[in-house]
Design a protein. Sequence first.
Length: 215
Amino acid sequence: MSDSTPTQRIDAPVPEGGSTPDPEKKRRGLMIALIAIGAAILVAIIVLLIVLLNGSGGPVAVSTTTPTATATDTPTASTTPSATRTPTPVAGTPAPKQGSGGGNSQPTGAAFTAFTPVTEVQCDQGGPYFTPPPIPIQVKWSTARTNSVWIVFGGGDAADSQFMQLPVSGNQSNFSYELDYPCGAASTELTMTLVGSDGQHVQKHWTVTNTGDRF
């Protein structure tokens, strides 16, 4: 007669704690431990290399500050002087004369440097058969680059009239004889002419007016 008693399955004992260990968690933990050990070894190697390279017994602090580039001053460009421009002569304007030195030559024509005439006189008639005292013409002058000076009544060229020659500078005291104002006239005109070393004539005309009696 066969034994019909059923075979009982015996399961592995369950450890205290209630759960079976996970092999995947074990592998992860082992990997983390290996990474930590490797990182520690790498840090130790880096520190050792720094000590050997710097030749000192202590660790050298490594600066983590990023060095900034030093700005280089941009050189200022020097100003190049502009070329001197030669003025363009205007049509119809004579070009300036140049001497041997290349500059403008000095003027050569005669010129008045001062001219001061008296332009008013008071010549009173006074009445019939009365002769007023003479009133001399008064004028003061000075010149430059002048060979001769001439004076004449009227508005003509005194040098051409050859009436009276004067010094190149002076006053009425240098007249050859006194020139008196004609009291019978309301006014009178005179001319002084310069003759330069170049032969050119330069003239001054002026009018003397009588502020006294007139007839």
